[in-house]
Write a protein that binds this ligand. Sequence first.
Ligand SMILES: [Zn+2]
Length: 273
Amino acid sequence: MSSKKQVQPHAFNLPLVGVETHAHLDFPEFAEDLDQVLRRAAQTGIAWIGNIFLSPDAYQTHAPLLSQKTGLFFTLGVHPHEAVTVNEDVLADMEQLFREDDNLRAVGEIGLDFYRHRSPPDVQIKAFQNQLALTRDLELPVVIHSREAEEETLRILQDMGFKGRQLLWHCFGGSPDLAAKILAQGWHVSIPGTVTFPNNTNLREAVTKIPLSRMVLETDCPFLTPHPFRGKRNEPARMAYTAAEIAKLKGEGLEKIWTECAATAEKFFSLPA
Ligand SMILES: [Zn+2]
């Protein structure tokens, strides 16, 4: 495909029901053209976008503007990279924000990242456990970030009694084996644009085995841009390419993937129909 002839996402002609479960629209990458980004998302059939705030500060700075836009819902959690910042004050701030804003639908992304190690492992584990305890108190769903730390993440979640709770494993990039372990706990899996990379054989095989009743779609934008836009800024509209690839891998229609993953996400985040 020549770069001039790339299909525009809205050319997929998808119904306006899609749910993009993981975006970082408060990042500086979107400061210039947020309204155009949201327009392209709607033109592509995205009815809801979940914006993931990575700290109470990020929420307080950016939620006032984002709350004015239609079709956005929020989650809030301190990312494992910033685990050193989690203390009693931050946890109390989070709890208050969750009690004040109904549009905050889940705690997260929280978890462990032993790939970049920006916070020491023991600090990450403590911050993760404390935010999981808050999640339980608030009786909210949770969005998990886990990189190079799958076994430790699973162990902590099991120890803290999360089996059968509303849990979404964000940016799933693992094997069919890991998917099976997550599904066996009653949890959900979120598939990013990396599924479009031909050499991502583990993930591509896993996707064929995850039922749509447990699968949602995400971009993690501005990161993880799907083929054929790799290297460019990612944005919610590009999620159509991820859905198209999943349709191909599963041997299903694109519209079916789009609507059923949306229904799963709507239920998970209790979005208004
Ligand atoms: Zn993220």
